[in-house]
Ligand binder design. Structure first.
Ligand code: FES
Length: 157
């Protein structure tokens, strides 16, 4: 029997009797029904599963439950609400920066982490921050526009 592991997710405490090596994304999606993080590659390479760990972007497919213990986990659901979206979410909506939308969780979470450490990134800095988040539809132009609009505090690209 696994010892109980405590997680703080979107400001709420949860306890899990699961192996410490359980991938965080399984717990978020399967146990907490937080479906913002998407399962893409499962190898830490595509970015679809990105969450924030103590405000830093982390890939929840290769982050274990044990690693996340005692740290603040934030998912897409913890940023804003449909009525009151986070400024990055609002900017992505205004820029219509989705085609299939599968990568957007990672794009948005990575952007939130970027703006927390660099509130006014240049276009080059924004490109560099998102370079390991993959989008197979090719909406990079709209995504970049949304990132820069969010950095300016507005939602109009
Ligand atoms: Fe985690 Fe691709 S699903 S990086």
């Amino acid at each position: 029997m696994s010892a109980s592991i405590l997680l703080q997710v979107n400001g709420k405490a949860h306890a899990f009797a699961l192996p410490r090596e359980t991938p965080l994304i399984y717990v978020l999606r399967n146990d907490l029904e937080l479906n913002g993080p998407k399962f893409g590659c499962g190898l830490g390479e595509c970015g679809a599963c990105t969450v924030l760990l103590d405000g830093v972007a982390a890939r929840s497919c290769v982050t274990t439950l044990g690693t996340a213990e005692g740290r603040a986990v934030t998912t897409l659901e913890g940023l804003g609400t449909p009525d009151k979206p986070h400024k990055v979410q609002a900017a992505f909506i205004a820029a219509q920066a989705a085609q299939c939308g599968y990568c957007l969780n990672g794009m948005i979470m990575t952007t939130v982490a970027l703006l927390a450490r660099n509130p006014a990134p240049s276009e080059e800095e924004a490109r560099a921050a998102l370079r390991y988040n993959l989008c197979r539809c090719g909406t990079h132009v709209e995504i970049l526009r949304a990132v820069l609009a969010a950095a300016e505090g507005g939602t109009t690209p």
